[in-house]
Design a protein around this ligand. Structure first.
Ligand code: 2HG
Ligand code: ZN
Length: 461
């Protein structure tokens, strides 16, 4: 503990667990981007809200930057600590605080994993419906701080929809109890929603009260092979009109190639340009009939090259693996990630423009497309050639991201659909938010964090 600030913090908050071991600093200083070299001053692991408050009071007075930290599964550098910051990890604050059946509200500490929230909801005969592949490692605080989306948004919406209350510790150590689980509360600015997607710049989310809903219905999963993106959009409209959709996801042949190379089972003998994984409620015989008739309708239109409908959980899980395993299968190729959105109606035009742009600008790179078509959200992963230095690769990708951001601005889209802006996309925030909007955001930031110690450099400078 050579840094005198660390001993000062320990003296101020004697019960606070602090880590300074280089291996710990390296572990807690990065997220899944792995682009920055971690260099935090120390890692604080508070166990109580009081410890978080005391830590923030000290940091505010000492002018020490604080990086709030959850599961660090983020893809935008939002939890990176590369400049001597204090990492404030919510990892030990991972308890269920309470469940109120009459309200269907579950209150949890921010460090709890998404999967543990889902399991807790199930144990009460209910469902917390936000879901995505990193469920086992990401934390609910991080989900809220990025308004995480995932694979069921088309049916249930983003994290924001499920947050009924937030307890937020401000930069000066104040505890704000926002909305307290109320359904109706027309009493002025809803500060709870400011904390959602704030990326740790407005306060430390220490506790959340989450809405739960009816348990999920029995479902079937369908995998379809399709010839073109135009057909994919037709299939989306047709299935949405005919079936109670729970999810509608797509990926390309390159994505399938990587996920199969990574151990998943190839679904068909031949390869096709596009694939859809759709999940829908299917209860009883009437449900079966509805599913088959929707499938036959798509076949009759000549849209479907090949297809399979799951029978049983094992097959459903195998089909989902083809979509959910993509990120992990691409990780060894150090992908540069884009996470963009436009309105669903603008998808075909935007995709055609973007495909042409990337084909002309990136002829030398492999580009893997997948994502949440039902939400107008595309993930475009550009893979680093093995013989190229990462820094050169990033420079080249950033050049094209500028062009992509221009196209997005024309379509009224967003440079970050669900991963957040963080460090990765902050140079492009202006493609999605007007200068006046960003000025308001800065003003809000100053009001809540006058000394600018909360996750500085993330979202905007
Ligand atoms: C997903 O939808 C995640 O699988 C990750 O948002 C996307 O790896 C990505 O680019
Ligand atoms: Zn996604």
């Amino acid at each position: 503990m050579s840094d005198p600030r660390i001993s000062a913090l320990q003296a101020e908050v004697p019960s606070l667990r602090l880590l300074t071991d280089p291996a710990d600093l390296a572990h807690y200083g990065v997220d899944w981007t792995r682009r920055w070299t971690p260099a935090p001053m120390a890692v604080a692991l508070p166990a109580t809200i009081e410890e978080v408050q005391a830590t923030m009071r000290w940091a505010n007075a000492a002018g020490v930057a604080v990086v709030p930290s959850g599961g660090r599964t983020g893809l935008s550098g939002g939890a990176v600590a590369a400049n001597g910051e204090l990492v404030l990890s919510l990892q030990r604050m991972n308890r269920v605080v309470g469940f109120e059946p009459a309200d269907r509200l579950l209150t949890v500490e921010a460090g709890i994993a998404l999967e543990a929230v889902q399991e807790e909801a199930r144990s009460h005969g209910l469902q917390y419906p936000v879901d995505f592949a990193s469920r086992g490692s990401c934390s609910i605080g991080g989900n809220i701080a990025t308004n995480a989306g995932g694979i069921r948004v088309v049916r249930y919406g983003n994290t924001r929809e499920w947050v009924a209350g937030i307890r937020l510790v401000t930069a000066t150590g104040e505890l704000l109890d926002l909305n307290r689980g109320l359904v109706k509360n027309s009493s002025g600015y809803d500060l709870r929603h400011l904390a959602v997607a704030s990326e740790g710049t407005l306060g430390i989310i220490v506790e959340a009260t989450l809405r739960l809903t009816d348990p999920p219905p029995d479902t079937r999963v369908m995998l379809l092979a399709l010839p073109s993106f135009e057909v994919l959009m037709e299939v989306f409209q047709a299935l949405r009109a005919r079936l109670p959709l729970e999810a509608f996801e797509f990926f390309t042949d390159r994505a399938l190639h990587h996920v199969v190379a990574h151990g998943a089972q190839a679904p068909f003998d031949a390869a096709y340009p596009y694939y859809v994984v759709a999940e829908f409620a299917c209860e009883g015989e009437a449900g079966e009939v509805q599913v088959l008739s929707a499938f036959e309708y798509c076949m009759e239109q000549g849209w479907v090259e090949d297809g399979v409908i799951s029978h049983g959980d094992t097959q459903a899980a195998a089909l989902w693996r083809l979509r959910e395993g993509i990120t992990e299968s691409l990780a060894p190729h150090l992908p540069y990630k884009n996470d963009v959105s436009v309105r669903v109606s603008a998808m075909p035009g935007f995709l055609a423009r973007t495909q042409a742009l990337l084909a002309s600008e990136y002829p030398q790179f492999e580009v893997v497309w997948f994502g949440h078509i039902g939400d107008g959200n595309l993930h475009i992963n550009v893979l680093k050639p093995a013989d190229m230095a990462n820094a050169d690769f990033v420079v080249e990708c950033e050049r094209v991201t500028r062009l992509l951001a221009e196209t997005l601005a024309e379509y009224g889209g967003s440079i970050s659909a669900e991963h957040g802006i963080g460090l990765v996309k902050k140079a492009y925030l202006g493609s999605t938010r007007s200068a006046a909007e960003i000025a308001v955001m800065r003003g809000i930031r100053r009001a809540l964090d006058p000394a600018g110690i909360l996750n500085p450099g993330k979202l905007f400078d």
